[in-house]
Ligand binder design. Sequence first.
Ligand code: TYM
Length: 333
Amino acid sequence: MQRVFSGIQPSGIPTLGNYLGAIRNWVALQADHDCLYCVVDLHAITTWQDPLVLRRQTQEMAATIIACGVDPDKHILFHQSGVPAHARLAWIFNCIARIGWLNRMTQFKDKAGKDREAASAGLYVYPNLMAADIHAYHATRVPVGDDQKQHLELANDIAQKFNHDYEVNFFPQIQPLIMPEAARVMSLRDGTKKMSKSDPSDQSRINMSDDSETIASKVKRARTDAEPLPSETAGLEGRAEARNLVGIYAALSGQSQASVLAQFGGQGFATFKNDLADLMVEKLGPIAAETRRLLAEPGHIDRILFAGAARAEAIANPIVAEAERLVGFLQRP
Ligand code: TYM
């Protein structure tokens, strides 16, 4: 059975983008894969996080993932800091990856902004840690949204260079699994920007914890243009906001965009937005309720994560120990 690995940063409340682009796929893959899902707190601190908030968001993220349908008994759900092998392998990868490779990473450029000199060194080597997350388990399939594609290509370059430099065939190539219909859910305020849990505007996103009134008001206020919805997908060209809302409707209802437009094409946005809000409430409401129920006992979430970390370590430790042996570190006598 192929091993799946994926991660999510506890740097905010999970959004509809995280759900449609990644977590929904994580749930589906459980049927026929061995899955490891990780709340990546080491990655989160590449930009400053309030310690109390980070701890709470790590628990909230884990609770949401479980509420979405990830089964922490059959598969492994854990927090990244619970498995030190990630950081050990990341150091080796820092010495494998070339500065030129990292300079090409568009996410670093976006996140560091104009004052790149002031970004943390951790943000710069972030993709090396991500490569370590995956390769520490010899995972071969990685379900992500479109924005992570470049990082996964780098993870493959690192594996290849490690194998080449040490004349081994130790780290396998990985295959990104990207859901085409919701690979990139966009902001509700600006159809050219990704929906993000760290966007300063709460109106730009649907949080997985939003209640029905909040969802309805955010959808109602979502930016659109003045034209009616087109009746064919070609008519979405150049209409980023309309395309985004139709894409979300299609992904949540399990239909194609064409069939959504067959239903709503030619109409203004009012009815469509009402139906979209109802659909979101129907799909996300039960997840939010289950998340709240789980969070009533945060100690229970911590126990799940630490138990997952112990099981993850049992897989990662021998693999990372072997990588350390290959690079020439002393072996315990
Ligand atoms: P993060 O925390 O930004 O996002 C988690 C997952 O959600 C996807 N995603 C989206 N998909 C569609 N539309 C959106 N608007 C949207 N926003 C986020 C992301 O693509 C991702 O799959 N670097 C990763 C975390 C990570 C990781 C890993 C992933 C660390 N180590 C190893 C895979 C394998 C990140 O910041 O994801």
